[in-house]
Ligand binder design. Structure first.
Ligand SMILES: NC(=O)c1ccc[n+]([C@@H]2O[C@H](COP(=O)([O-])OP(=O)(O)OC[C@H]3O[C@@H](n4cnc5c(N)ncnc54)[C@H](O)[C@@H]3O)[C@@H](O)[C@H]2O)c1
Length: 429
């Protein structure tokens, strides 16, 4: 497209890296409703740590002109003259695990208000198949007064980034694209192909692209649920699950999944989107929801295993000083949303443990705000009766646990990362 001017709506873990990448070639307006986020980005800082200060500063510009670069704003006036709108807002679930499409409706309204003839709106947020056409496009039509596929067009291109992963960055991950007509599909595909070095895959329809994304994460969730179930069985039999997986993994087609807590707002959330749609159309998904049940119960299971280990080793449970290592939903990433460590902490507290939480990646004020818990980002100087290694941050791999444990103290290594290096390890998934 000539004179392409792109607005990226929602500058979070997905939107910012994409806006930065497009800005190396195009004029990009990054729009977010969170004024604090805009201020930090304008100052050249990304607290999600997905885009380095250097890369961000390389593209940042102070005016919304038509030259290539990224201008960040929370004013809708600045996105008025864009012709491509890419929507990267959150798609969470509510407390009953039902899809909450409010950010998608709101951002579609924002775009509907500035939509013009010939514009293309591309959704990137993870949804169930049909959500773009059934939920988003009607909002665009209603607010803009324009007609879909006559006046304006739509695409869907799911994001596959993996927060904290500095190897598989947005441009290095093959991108699935789609459009509301074959011609628009090709235009959307060409746009992404112009910046994604790993290439693109043009799916035949928007629904196919939506379904592809939601099953990628559902497949992962189900596979992890299976190994979590295996860990529960083998723990009862006193068999080391990691040793079993290592042995089985020598077969060429054995899939290398590890047991663990499934948190965050993708793998633990997206299967509910698919399940909800399936139920709406009259099919009760057995495997998808079983996977969710197993994985959602792992926090409580870990807590009960920790207590069992303490009792077996004659550690007085009530009032015991316990250190939780890690609070983020995954390793080497500051994201604390939907972290399942919270479930472990909550269940451990029911046994009267005195829990401290140390995480060098998490922002203590964010944890306090989200969960009402006190955390520290500096290694504690006191010693503990038990350590639960919950998140495999690099900092914990080579920690000196003798400085942290009371004599006779024990470590529960949820992720099984310490191996035989640390003799105090007595349990783990
Ligand atoms: N984080 C991931 O690893 C990842 C990977 C692939 C796909 N996804 C999907 O991408 C989407 C975005 O996820 P994320 O992790 O970037 O979320 P995020 O919460 O990090 O960022 C979303 C941003 O959108 C902003 N926002 C919310 N409502 C808005 C509105 N109406 N208008 C403008 N801005 C608005 C928020 O302020 C926030 O800055 C979700 O659908 C998610 O499932 C996420």
């Amino acid at each position: 497209m000539s004179n392409t001017k792109i607005a990226v709506i929602g500058l979070g873990y997905v939107g910012l890296p994409l806006a930065r990448l497009f800005a190396t070639k195009y004029s990009v307006i990054g729009f977010d409703i969170n004024n604090n986020r805009i201020k930090e980005l304008q100052s050249g800082k990304d607290t999600t740590l997905e885009v380095s200060d250097d890369l961000l500063k390389e593209v940042l510009k102070q005016t919304p002109d038509n030259s290539s670069g990224l201008f960040c704003t929370d004013e809708t006036d600045h996105i008025k003259d864009c012709n491509v709108y890419v929507i990267t807002v959150p798609t969470p679930v509510d407390k009953n695990n039902r899809p909450n499409l409010t950010p998608l409706y709101k951002s579609s309204e924002t775009v509907g208000n500035v939509l013009k003839k010939g514009d293309i709106v591309i959704y990137e947020s993870t949804v169930y198949p049909g959500a773009t056409e059934e939920e988003c496009i009607p909002v665009l039509e209603k607010v803009s007064g324009l007609t879909f596929n006559e006046d304006f067009f739509v695409g869907y291109s799911p994001e596959r980034i993996n927060p904290g992963d500095k190897e598989h960055t947005v441009e290095k991950i093959l991108k699935v694209t789609s459009g509301s007509t074959p011609e628009i599909g090709k235009k959307v595909n060409d746009l992404y192909a112009s910046v994604i070095t790993a290439g693109t895959h043009l799916a035949p329809t928007i629904k196919v692209a939506e379904a592809a994304k939601v099953i990628e994460n559902s497949q992962r969730d189900i596979n992890i649920a299976f190994v979590n179930e295996l860990a529960k069985i083998f723990n009862l039999m006193d068999i080391d699950t990691h040793a079993v997986l290592e042995a089985a993994g020598t077969k060429w087609n054995f899939l290398p999944f590890k047991p663990g807590l499934v948190g965050g707002h993708c793998i633990g959330v997206d299967p509910y989107y698919l399940a909800q749609k399936a139920q709406e159309i009259g099919y009760h998904p057995e495997i998808i929801l079983a996977g969710r049940r197993v994985n959602d119960g792992m926090g409580q299971y870990v807590a009960s295993e920790v207590i069992k280990m303490m009792l077996k080793n004659n550690i007085k449970v009530n009032g015991a000083k316990v250190l939780m290592l890690g609070i983020t939903f995954k390793e080497n990433c500051p994201d604390v949303r939907n972290t399942k460590i919270i479930d472990v902490v909550k269940h451990l507290k029911e046994f009267g443990l005195d829990i401290s939480i140390y995480d060098p990646w998490a922002d203590p004020s964010e944890v306090k705000h989200e969960y009402g818990l006190v955390t520290t980002s500096k290694q504690p100087e006191e010693r503990f009766d038990t350590i639960v290694l919950g998140v495999a941050h690099n900092e914990f791999l080579n920690a000196n646990f003798d400085d942290l444990l009371n004599p006779g103290g024990l470590i529960y290594d949820v992720k099984g990362i310490l191996g035989e290096k640390v003799i105090q390890v007595q349990g783990g998934l």
